[in-house]
Design a protein around this ligand. Structure first.
Ligand code: AQP
Length: 340
C-alpha cells in the first residue's frame, strides 16, 4: 500500500482518552474454557480497576460460523453471565454486546479501505478457518481482523488483554491503525497486547491450543462431573508407560496446569519426576481443585441466568455507556476521511 503524503491532512491533536483504555472481545460461542480464563479473562478481571476497561461479547464475529439465531442469542447471554460470574463487575468496567453498538460496522468498512487484501489473506487464522469450514468460506472470515481492529479502535483502546493465539490479529490491528493514521492523521493509539502468565493453554490432547472448535476443552463452569471427565481424558507424558516410570513434568500438561491451582506445584513436579505419584492421582487432584476453584463462579452463573431481564439490563447499560465514546470517534473519523 502506498500513502499519498501530499493528501495527508495537517497533523492536529487527537482526542485520546486520558486514562489508558483497555478493550477485549470474546465470542459468544459456548461456555468459557480454561484457555479463555487463564489466557485472557483473568487479565480482564485484574485490569478492571487500574484502567478504563471495556469488554465486549463479539456476536458479529460469531456470525462467521454460528448461523442459528436462537443459539446465538442464548450464547450471547450465557457469555455475559459467565464473564460476570468469573469476576467482571459491571460497576467497575463496561460489558456490552458488539451488535448493540453498530458504529463498529461502519468503522470496519472505513478500515477496509486502508487495509490491503493481501494482509488479510496471509492471516494464519483465515487459512485455518478456511480449512475448518470449507463449505462456508464467507467473506466475514477474511474481514474478521478488520472488524477486530475496529472494535479496538472505536473506544481508542491502547491495551488489549488476549491470549497468544491473538498475536497475529493484534499485529494486524496495529498495522491497520498505523495505515489509517498515516493517511488521515494521528487518530488512534496503536494497541498493545497484554498477556497473562499462561498465554497459551494447551487442550486436553496436550498438543494443540485449548479450543472449542477442536473439542479439547475443560469448561470451567460445567457441572463437576463434566469437568472430572474432561480432566481424566487429558493426555499426560506420553513416554510414561507404567506408573513406576519417572515422568517428565515439564512436558506434562496436567502438571503444568497445577501451577495455576494450588501452592504445591513444585511438590507435584517432584512427585511426577520421581514416580511417587501417578498420572491418575495428579489428574484427580487437579479436577477437584478446578471444581472447587470455580464453584463460586458456577453458583453466580446460575443465579445470573435465572434473572435474564437483569442480565439484559446490565448489557443495555454497557452499550449506553460507550455510546458517547463511539459517537465521538465516528464524528472524528468521518470528518478526517471527508465524509459528511
Ligand atoms: N487456549 C488458549 N490459551 C490462551 N488463551 C486463549 N484464548 C482462547 N483460547 C486460549 C483467549 O480467549 C479469548 C477469547 O477468545 P475467542 O473469542 O477466540 O474465544 P474462543 O472462541 O472461546 O476461542 P477458541 O476456543 O479458540 O475458539 P475457536 O475454536 O472457535 O477458535 C481471546 O483473548 C483468546 O486469545
Amino acid at each position: 500500500m502506498t500513502t499519498d503524503a501530499s493528501a495527508k491532512p495537517a497533523p492536529r491533536a487527537s482526542s485520546l482518552p486520558v486514562k489508558p483504555r483497555i478493550y477485549s472481545g470474546i465470542q459468544p460461542t459456548g461456555r468459557p474454557h480454561l484457555g479463555n480464563d487463564l489466557g485472557a479473562i483473568r487479565n480482564y478481571v485484574a485490569m478492571q480497576d487500574k484502567y478504563e476497561a471495556i469488554y465486549c461479547i463479539v456476536d458479529y464475529h460469531a456470525l462467521t460460523h454460528v448461523h442459528d439465531p436462537e443459539l446465538l442469542r442464548r450464547q450471547t447471554l450465557e457469555m455475559a453471565a459467565a464473564l460476570i460470574a468469573l469476576g467482571l463487575d459491571p460497576k467497575r468496567c463496561t460489558v456490552f454486546v458488539q451488535s448493540d453498538r453498530p458504529e463498529v460496522t461502519e468503522l470496519c468498512w472505513l478500515f477496509n479501505t486502508v487495509t490491503p487484501v493481501g494482509w488479510l489473506q496471509r492471516t494464519p487464522t483465515y487459512k485455518e478457518k478456511r480449512a475448518n469450514q470449507p463449505d462456508d468460506v464467507n467473506h466475514g472470515l477474511l474481514t474478521y481482523p478488520v472488524l477486530q481492529a475496529a472494535d479496538i479502535a472505536l473506544p481508542k483502546a491502547s491495551l488489549v488483554p488476549v491470549g497468544k493465539d491473538q498475536a497475529a490479529h493484534l499485529e494486524l490491528s496495529r498495522e491497520i491503525v498505523r495505515a489509517f493514521n498515516a493517511r488521515y492523521g494521528e487518530t488512534f493509539p496503536e494497541p498493545q497486547a497484554v498477556y497473562t502468565e499462561a498465554p497459551v493453554v494447551l487442550g486436553t490432547d496436550g498438543v494443540k491450543k485449548m479450543s472449542k472448535s477442536i473439542g479439547n476443552t475443560i469448561e470451567v463452569l460445567a457441572e463437576p462431573d463434566v469437568i472430572r471427565r474432561q480432566i481424566m481424558s487429558m493426555v499426560t507424558d506420553t513416554e510414561r508407560i507404567k506408573r513406576s516410570d519417572p515422568g517428565r513434568p515439564q512436558v506434562c500438561n496436567v502438571c503444568q496446569m497445577h501451577r495455576h491451582f494450588g501452592p504445591d506445584y513444585e511438590a507435584i513436579w517432584d512427585g511426577e519426576r520421581t514416580a511417587t505419584t501417578g498420572c491418575v492421582d495428579t489428574k484427580k487432584l487437579l479436577a477437584e481443585r478446578i471444581i472447587a476453584h470455580y464453584a463460586p463462579a458456577r453458583e453466580k452463573y446460575t443465579e445470573l441466568m435465572a434473572d435474564l431481564p437483569k442480565l439484559r439490563a446490565i448489557l443495555d447499560e454497557g452499550a449506553e455507556r460507550i455510546r458517547p465514546i463511539a459517537e465521538a470517534t465516528m464524528t472524528e473519523v468521518r470528518e478526517r476521511m471527508g465524509l459528511r
